[in-house]
Design a protein around this ligand. Structure first.
Ligand code: HEC
Ligand code: HEC
Ligand code: HEC
Ligand code: HEC
Ligand code: HEC
Ligand code: HEC
Length: 462
């Protein structure tokens, strides 16, 4: 009997439970909802204020207040940022206070195709500013500070010569010039003393990176990485370049604009395609086709682009091959040719260089400078190494070795480095062997460069 009367109340208990639950959950979420709802109401008020015709006004007034989302299966993202950033696609909102402002250059990457987090990072699904901007615990991809936003461009565009991302290009340049590859692999090329940097941007923050560059051993005790002597702008640029290395791959359409037309890309193509076999620059090269130094004065850019697309159509009977260039590649080559005079680029084309200059490029390419110093003058610290606790200079190798001996040293490396004090930890850096890494054709040039280092006139004392 008693049991039965209690059972009669069960539905009521359940109802009560649900009501209380709803109140608690509702109260909890009310603040969260209020934030974006307030922005949407503000936006609607602004739209109503701007309305001219009664129809426009009615349409604005009936705008629903709701979560907006951009679903991007190919990028594996759902971005709700436009729940608050409501006017990113409307230039008439230029200069409005955030989050109601127009997005600079929106037409280049329309938000319905790109969303937001592919460039900004942050938490796409969140609907509070704090969570979306990613400044919350348990979310490991905070929004990139705007000053590093160019780090994202490299996901889809070639980093080196995106004219719209100069900081990224600068960071890459510094990376190649500073000898980082002597110790680190990036994109498969480089040494093995330090970790692979392909995904470093996904695991390290800008703060960590900057501290580490200035004093690696303070961040990673016992690190063999030498402290880097960067100026403030260089430090920011190399940090940005590191942040760009996330290992994220984008498919299809998103990767379709790998190359953004630029003179640098044109120079690379000019080199790769062997144009110099038929054409000359600065008096060097082939004579099958005309010298190209002044082609920018003779021809209009449109003519040159059309000629690249199909030389036969423009100059019937020509022997110049049709290379099958994309639009961006044809534009890049044309930019390169139009600006030859200003850039003096001709001199830096490897095919026009002598062995010593090419060897200097090899030294640069494999990051030998990371250990031996920018001009092979030595001085990089190697604590407890017998050689003055430093990596040796290479300026006098021509005195100590024959070309064959030096080649062997480079190919085999020297893994056992003699300690100054046997009771202390062994020196962290050693000479890696480069067999199988440096190409045969590059080795002769490299040795020619090293042999050229000996200061002239120093033989006189002999
Ligand atoms: C709940 C509303 C809201 C959501 C959702 C939201 N934002 Fe914001 N956002 C704001 C507000 C408000 C500001 C301006 C104040 C500030 O900087 O926090 C802002 C500012 C920004 C800025 C400029 C920061 C700066 O340093 O000047 C960026 C970039 C940004 N948001 C990107 C995003 C991205 C990307 C998302 C989605 C992952 C997002 N926002 C989602 C409200 C929001
Ligand atoms: C293709 C990359 C890219 C995408 C996609 C992108 N942004 Fe941006 N965003 C940028 C860059 C670059 C800047 C800095 C522009 C500048 O200051 O020149 C920026 C700046 C901003 C700013 C600050 C604007 C200012 O004037 O200070 C906000 C806010 C912002 N983005 C929000 C968003 C939101 C919201 C989305 C998605 C609807 C989005 N962004 C999508 C690259 C992107
Ligand atoms: C998710 C991939 C992706 C990211 C990230 C990205 N872009 Fe793009 N970008 C594209 C695609 C795809 C196009 C071509 C869009 C179209 O025309 O449909 C493009 C177009 C451009 C163009 C116009 C190129 C031309 O010649 O018409 C420029 C400039 C550009 N992007 C610069 C940038 C910069 C700067 C960044 C970083 C802030 C960036 N992009 C980030 C994919 C991306
Ligand atoms: C002489 C060898 C050497 C050179 C040159 C060198 N590094 Fe390192 N680097 C290391 C070693 C060893 C480590 C691992 C110990 C540590 O974290 O410091 C390391 C660690 C790093 C890390 C941290 C990686 C991670 O996720 O733990 C980054 C980033 C890095 N180096 C970037 C660079 C850059 C950029 C340059 C060029 C400016 C450079 N390194 C030059 C040896 C070197
Ligand atoms: C097999 C030899 C050959 C190769 C390789 C070749 N060209 Fe040509 N090129 C010619 C000849 C011959 C002409 C003159 C006839 C004509 O206009 O097609 C010419 C004409 C040109 C012109 C027009 C010059 C003028 O003043 O009218 C340009 C620009 C040009 N080539 C650029 C290039 C570039 C850049 C490459 C490499 C991507 C290249 N060529 C590769 C043979 C070649
Ligand atoms: C990770 C640091 C590191 C990198 C990168 C490195 N070296 Fe070395 N190298 C050393 C050390 C340490 C020695 C001294 C070995 C010894 O004490 O016997 C050395 C010695 C040499 C020697 C012999 C010098 C002598 O007087 O005996 C040559 C030649 C040389 N390196 C060339 C190169 C070239 C070329 C590259 C780039 C392809 C390169 N090294 C990259 C660390 C490095």
């Amino acid at each position: 009997m008693a049991n039965e009367s209690v059972r009669k109340f069960y539905p009521w208990f359940t109802m009560l439970g649900i009501v209380v639950g709803c109140l608690v959950v509702g109260g909890y979420y009310k603040d969260q909802f209020r934030e974006w709802k307030d922005f949407q109401r503000k936006f609607i008020r602004e739209e109503v204020r701007r309305a001219i015709t009664p129809q426009q006004r009615a349409r604005a007034e009936s705008t629903p207040v709701q979560v907006h989302q951009i679903i991007l299966p190919e990028l594996n993202r759902v971005d709700r940022c436009t729940t608050c950033h409501l006017a990113v696609d409307d230039p008439t909102y230029g200069g409005y206070p955030q989050p109601l402002a127009y997005h600079p250059l929106h037409e280049q990457h329309p938000s319905e195709k790109f969303g937001c987090t592919i460039c900004h990072r942050g938490q796409g699904r969140a609907t509070t500013a704090a969570a979306a901007h990613g400044n919350v615990p348990h979310w490991d991809e905070p929004m990139l500070p705007l000053m590093y936003i160019q780090a994202s461009c490299g996901k889809c565009h070639q980093a080196a010569d995106n004219p719209a991302a100069p900081e990224l290009a600068r960071g890459q340049q510094i990376f190649e010039d500073s000898g980082c590859r002597g110790c680190h692999k990036l994109g498969g090329t480089g040494g093995i003393i330090g970790p692979d940097l392909d995904k470093v941007g996904a695991r390290r923050s800008s703060e960590w990176l900057k501290k580490h560059f200035l004093s690696p051993a303070a961040v990673s005790p016992g690190s063999g990485m030498p402290p880097q002597k960067f100026s403030e702008p260089e430090l920011e640029a190399i940090t940005l370049f590191m942040l760009s290395q996330t290992g994220e791959m984008v498919p299809g359409y998103y990767a379709s604009m790998k190359v953004i037309a630029s003179p640098d890309e044109g120079q690379r193509l000019f080199q790769q395609k062997g144009c110099i076999g038929c054409h000359s620059l600065g008096g060097k090269g082939g004579t099958v086709g005309p010298a190209l130094d002044d082609v920018g004065l003779r021809r209009a850019p449109d003519w040159i682009v059309a000629h690249f697309k199909d030389p036969q159509v423009v100059t019937p009977g020509t022997v110049m091959p049709k290379f099958g260039f994309t639009e961006a590649e044809a534009r890049s080559l044309t930019d390169f040719l139009m600006h030859l005079r200003e850039q003096k680029v001709a001199l830096s084309l490897p095919s026009l260089m002598g062995p010593v200059e090419r060897g200097r490029e090899v030294f640069r390419k494999y990051g030998c400078a990371g250990c031996h110093g920018p001009n092979a003058q030595g001085g990089v610290p190697n604590p407890n190494a017998k050689t003055a606790q430093q990596i040796p200079s290479l300026k006098y190798v021509a005195d100590s070795y024959t070309k064959d001996e030096i080649l062997k040293r480079i190919l085999n490396g020297q893994h056992e480095i003699t300690s100054l004090d046997a009771s202390k930890p062994a020196p962290p850096l050693y000479m890696p062997g480069w067999r199988g890494t440096i190409k045969d054709a590059e080795l002769d040039d490299l040795v020619a460069y090293l042999f050229s280092l000996k200061p002239k006139g120093e033989d006189l004392g002999f």
